[in-house]
Design a protein around this ligand. Structure first.
Ligand SMILES: NC(=O)c1ccc[n+]([C@@H]2O[C@H](COP(=O)([O-])OP(=O)(O)OC[C@H]3O[C@@H](n4cnc5c(N)ncnc54)[C@H](OP(=O)(O)O)[C@@H]3O)[C@@H](O)[C@H]2O)c1
Length: 306
């Protein structure tokens, strides 16, 4: 079966309409990394509006505090805490998970969203800075998963979402570190889902696996990520990169952060059947994609990046 053209979405649309999810996450605890600003900020606001208690995190204390206040004042009865830390530090990871679970309870929804990007030709990149992207967007989400997964496995319940990118499915130039990291975390989501599908039945004796893992492409959203993506070295020594990226940017619309945020709510509220383990492209109508995926025979060996 050939892949149909799915409807392009740039903002909330009927399937992810906020009103549909009122109370759908009541009693759930969500921890979202990189949620002091940008896409993560919209994700915590949407999760809280749907009833979840949320933990907001990032390194910039003022942003974490401001977003926590925004969430708390968004509705009555909302529970939210801010946890400040670097996702690359093991000490910070452990402290943040401890603070979240002690204040709000076991984590039901983990969204690893913290990320950074640099556009620069590979031959000009500094090896340590290049590798740092793997630490932020691969090592930190996998290590946080290692810490939080046992809470979900015991209860056979949970949702894990990794903010990936379109870069996981295409050989886009000038961001090799970023693209490799997003590809790796997307592949990891697919593998983890397959492992859990086996383990939750065989090891823990459940009839079915209750833990869903997804990666998402949020769409190209105007955030600080784009402001900081062109370091001085690129501006001075590789201005052609900036010109090329400006041309690429004209080829797609601007997507609203709410599109990814409410897609995360949709998936966390148990609507992602058929999409588990996959890279969910938030810019395409999720109901149409689900219909296509569920009508297509599942290959014996799945491909999260495909
Ligand atoms: N915007 C887009 O067009 C786009 C497209 C595809 C994918 N994405 C992905 O979407 C995610 C969110 O990006 P965004 O566009 O919202 O960018 P953003 O506005 O720059 O937000 C990034 C967030 O990650 C946090 N962060 C970065 N490094 C961190 C670290 N070491 N420890 C803890 N937190 C850290 C930042 O907080 P601090 O700096 O305060 O730590 C911030 O809260 C990223 O994974 C990005 O790759 C974005």
């Amino acid at each position: 079966m050939s892949k149909p053209e799915f409807t392009l979405r740039t903002d909330v649309y009927p399937a992810i309409e906020p009103e549909l999810f009122k109370g759908s996450l009541n009693g759930k605890v969500a921890f979202v990394t990189g949620s002091g600003r940008g896409i993560g900020r919209e994700i915590v606001l949407a999760l809280a509006r749907s009833g979840a208690a949320v933990a907001i995190s990032g390194r910039t204390k003022s942003q974490v505090e401001e977003t926590t206040q925004a969430v708390l004042s968004s509705a009555s009865g909302v529970k939210a805490i801010g946890v400040v830390g670097d996702v690359c530090s093991r000490t910070d990871q452990e402290r943040m998970v401890k603070e979240v679970t002690e204040s709000l309870g076991p984590i039901d929804i983990l969204i690893c969203n913290a990320g950074t990007n640099t556009f620069m030709p590979f031959h000009m990149t500094d090896p340590d800075e290049w590798w740092k992207q793997m630490e932020i967007m691969v090592k930190s989400p996998t290590e946080l998963t290692r810490m939080i997964l046992p809470m979900m496995q015991k209860r056979n319940s949970g949702t894990i979402i990794y903010t990936s990118s379109r870069a996981a499915g295409a050989d886009l130039p000038w961001a090799a570190g970023y693209s490799c990291a997003k590809t790796a975390i997307t592949r990891f989501a697919g593998i983890l889902q397959n492992e859990l599908n086996i383990l939750q039945k065989d090891t823990f004796g459940h009839d079915t696996n209750g833990i869903s893992v997804f990666s998402i492409h949020p769409g190209e959203v105007k955030t600080k990520l784009h402001e900081t993506a062109f370091p001085q070295k690129t501006k001075d020594e590789a201005p052609y990169v900036i010109e090329h990226m400006a041309k690429m940017a004209k080829m797609h619309p601007d997507f609203k952060a709410e599109l990814a945020a409410w897609t995360c709510v949709y998936l966390s509220a148990g609507n992602g059947a058929g999409l588990e383990g996959r890279l969910v492209d938030c810019t395409r109508d999720i109901e149409e994609v689900k219909k296509h995926v569920t009508a297509t025979p599942r290959p014996r060996i799945t491909n999260a990046c495909g």
